[in-house]
Design a protein around this ligand. Structure first.
Ligand SMILES: *Cc1c(COP(=O)(O)O)cnc(C)c1O
Length: 366
């Protein structure tokens, strides 16, 4: 069972919103980091969020279906060729990342004699999506072209915000501020957005007019070297589907690279690497079973994982129907990601669609 606490997501967003002086958007791409955008989006809307970011047209179309019509939905990858009409039809705001996307959007607007809004993305040091500085300067010399794309947001993305001591943070902040000043001469009302979750905690200089938290609202620690200020959002418990008491010394699982002596007891739980329990969790990730700490044994396979439950003093028939908690207060998302040498982002986005899901909200909170 994957339990997703919507009120914790709301509390995290409100906390970010207060830290950033009320400038918070929310990033709900990748199905809200795997947690279910159609549940998470409306919960954030009711907490007060009005600016939402997704990655693709398909995510944008789906968000249009579950978010109220006064929500602004930005699509981070911008329109691919031939997609502009669909953006306009669903009132999605494309994040234009290249001069060719900018020209297409301008042409579309001119053809229809309209000024559908857009966002412009600038590369300030990430070297992924966005206009390079010379392209941006070129754009700023063409006021007609800028007006034709009706830019309502200028944005860029930080590469090293989770390391506050990295010098690129200030470099990117300055480059962004300079470019924002340039375009503001043509479009004074344009909003500016630089910070992701970690960037928000670098300080108010990085906040500008809109911050774009994803990870932190889902409970991922935005400052990995500090205590996590965010509330936990997910719990994961895996149902026991078989309990076996070993009648001999045996090896367990694929590769037969684990063994246990006669008399020990093993629980087989539903959930494997197809459900985001990566084999890089490595040796002996832990879980909670009725208050006992238990460890996995043998390789995690696609659908099931084995736990050594020899130290759990409860009869086997009582254990069937119980679950082993692998993400909980005791075993946090951060603990699990450290243990598996994965990012919290990777763990969350790969939890997969097979778990039974339960959403907690204010109404059904215990
Ligand atoms: C994913 C993404 C974010 C959110 O980043 P987090 O680190 O999850 O807060 C913000 N901006 C852009 C451009 C992104 O791609």
């Amino acid at each position: 069972m994957l339990t997703i606490d919507l009120s914790a997501i709301q509390a995290n967003w409100l906390y970010i919103s207060s830290v950033s002086q009320g400038t918070a958007a929310a990033v709900i791409k990748a199905n809200a980091y795997g947690l279910g955008a159609s549940r998470v989006g409306p919960a954030l809307y009711s907490a007060g969020c009005r600016d939402f970011f997704v990655a693709t047209l398909e995510e944008g179309l789906s968000a249009r279906g579950f978010l109220p019509s006064d929500s602004l939905i930005y699509v981070l990858g911008g329109p691919r060729i031939c997609e502009t009409q669909e953006f306009i039809g669903a009132k999605l705001i494309p994040v234009l990342c290249s001069l060719s996307q900018i020209k297409d959007w301008a042409q579309q607007n001119q053809k229809q004699n309209c000024t559908f809004p857009s966002a412009v993305k600038l590369n300030t040091g990430m070297t992924r999506l966005g206009l390079d500085r010379y392209e941006f300067n070129f754009l700023c010399e063409d006021a007609d072209l800028i007006k034709a794309i009706n830019p309502v947001l200028l944005m860029s993305h930080l590469a090293c915000a989770d390391d506050p001591s990295h010098r690129l943070n200030s470099v990117q902040q300055q480059r962004f501020a300079q470019s924002a000043a340039l375009i503001a001469k043509i479009i004074p009302s344009i909003r500016r957005s630089l910070a992701n979750s970690s960037g928000i905690f670098l300080g108010s200089k990085w906040h500008f007019d809109l911050v774009r938290p994803g990870a932190a609202i889902y409970g991922i620690n935005p400052q990995p070297k500090q205590v996590n200020p965010m509330m936990p959002v997910v719990r994961l418990s895996l149902p026991i589907i078989q309990v076996r008491t070993l009648d001999d010394d045996v090896t367990l699982g694929y590769g037969a690279d684990a063994s246990l002596p006669k008399g020990k007891r093993v629980a087989v739980v539903a959930g494997g690497y197809a459900d985001g329990l990566h084999r890089t969790l490595g040796k002996q990730p832990e879980g909670d079973l009725c208050g006992y700490r238990v460890r996995t044994i043998g390789r995690i396979s696609m659908d099931v994982t084995l736990f050594d439950i020899s130290d759990v003093y409860l009869p086997s028939d009582q254990l069937l129907g119980q679950s082993i908690e692998v993400i909980s207060e005791n075993f946090t998302l951060e603990y699990l990601s450290n243990k598996s040498q994965l990012l919290g982002y990777e763990v969350l986005t790969s939890l997969g669609g097979r778990y039974k899901r339960q959403y907690l909200s204010e109404a059904n909170h215990d």
